[in-house]
Design a protein around this ligand. Structure first.
Ligand code: IP8
Length: 264
């Protein structure tokens, strides 16, 4: 656990997303995996302490605290259902933050509903300064998949993956990690593809999730991360955050972290 990379630089910005399938039971409604939340918070605390890494932006998915509720909203179009989705996603966010604080790191929420809007095809993010100032103050900003106000349609869904791409781009991240409950992107034989370049990503057929997933699952992740690599030269790694020590490995630049790297 204490082995650190020789190349570690502490001023770089890392963006880490933990998927809702890791933090919650996705087949149920509002069911958290408390032990996973605790394990990941502890891994983050240890990695930050061991590496003196300062700039971590954490994003989490909504899992069973967002997808079933968002599906209800998308079917009903009722404002009430959109707000229930938001409240529910916030509940998971609160659990993540409390758990992090118990292990030491200071963490604060940034709720997309309060700082991101959608206008036509464009998403307008007004959260850059909050993220920057939080990092400057030594606080981990914790963002999450949410509903956001839309100019025409009332609300729309903003995924944690979109937030990852935004934050990585705006804060010039040097590394992005996306932890899910699988070992990486799988090929048709179920084996992990170790590296995907943007042109390869465009040609791939990727299987979807077996649970309710209103934001596109693995396919959308690969698409978004491939664009992050091709347009901004920011590499990412998709790895299994349900496995002990992978989050720690990501944050401490352990070269043995197994997963799918998406890079140019
Ligand atoms: O879990 C989804 O975010 P994701 C957000 O990152 C909602 O895909 C509200 C379903």
């Amino acid at each position: 656990m204490l082995i650190m990379s020789k190349h570690l630089r502490t001023d770089e910005v890392y963006v880490l997303k933990i998927g809702g399938s890791v933090l919650t039971e996705k087949g149920k409604e509002r069911k958290a995996r408390k032990s996973a939340i605790k394990r990941i918070s502890e891994a983050i605390a240890l990695a930050l302490a061991h590496s003196s890494r300062k700039n971590l932006i954490l994003v989490h998915g909504a899992g069973s605290y967002g997808h079933p509720q968002a599906k209800v909203y998308l079917e009903s179009g009722e404002v009430k259902d959109a707000l229930i989705t938001h409240e529910s996603a916030k509940e998971l966010n609160r659990m993540v933050i409390s758990s992090l604080m118990e292990f030491g790191p200071r963490a604060m929420p940034i709720h997309p509903l309060s700082g991101v809007v959608s206008k036509g095809p464009e998403i307008k993010y007004k959260i850059k300064e909050q993220i920057e100032l939080a990092l400057k103050a030594g606080i981990i900003p914790v963002l999450h998949g949410d509903v956001i106000l839309d100019e025409k349609e009332g609300f729309r869904i903003l995924s944690g993956d979109q937030l990852v791409v935004y934050a990585a781009k705006e804060l010039k991240a040097s590394k992005v990690g996306v932890g899910t409950d699988v070992d990486g992107v799988l090929n048709d034989n179920g084996a992990v593809i170790r590296r995907i370049t943007p042109p390869e990503a465009d040609k791939m057929s990727i299987k979807g999730s077996e649970h309710v997933d209103v934001t596109g699952g693995m396919k959308e992740k690969v698409y978004l991360l491939a664009r992050l690599a091709s347009q901004h030269n920011i590499p990412s790694i998709l790895f299994n955050a349900s496995k002990e020590s992978n989050v720690y490995k990501f944050l401490t630049d352990d070269e043995n972290l197994f997963g799918t790297v998406i890079s140019v």
